[in-house]
Design a protein around this ligand. Structure first.
Ligand code: FES
Length: 127
């Protein structure tokens, strides 16, 4: 059977206006390596970024309050459990017990809409 490539079309995630600079994230669901996972999108220095919501220290979700990933300065993403600190634009771990970086999900923003790009590892949830 030929591979189904139809799901590689970027998937609509939210309106551009839903992501404010250093503000609350927009959560979404993905399937990563065959497992259902949470992901989140944020805006930082004007650009949109998305990551798997899974700390690299222990496989736990990062947010301490729903959709709150930024620290008080709006400059860093924090894991609430043990304080890992990640760069918002790359997902790279910069402090705390993180090993490596967050798994980045490619986004595009056009015509007031943000979309995410499925890959071989990251698939949309099929209902
Ligand atoms: S689970 Fe995130 S810092 Fe430990």
């Amino acid at each position: 059977m030929p591979a189904d490539t139809s799901t590689d079309t970027p998937i609509e995630l939210c309106a551009s206006a839903d992501l404010s600079e250093g503000g609350l994230a927009v959560p979404f669901d993905v399937v990563c390596d065959g497992e259902p996972c949470r992901a989140f999108a944020i805006r930082f220095e004007g650009r949109v970024h998305a990551y798997l919501n899974r700390c690299t220290h222990v496989a736990m979700e990062l947010d301490w309050q729903p959709n709150r990933f930024f620290d008080d300065t709006g400059q860093w993403l924090l894991c609430a459990s043990h304080g890992a600190v990640y760069a918002p634009d790359t997902g790279e771990g910069v402090a705390g017990p993180c090993q490596g970086g967050l798994l980045k999900i490619e986004l595009t923003e056009a015509d007031g809409t943000v979309r995410w790009q499925p890959t071989e590892r990251l698939r949309p949830v099929v209902f």
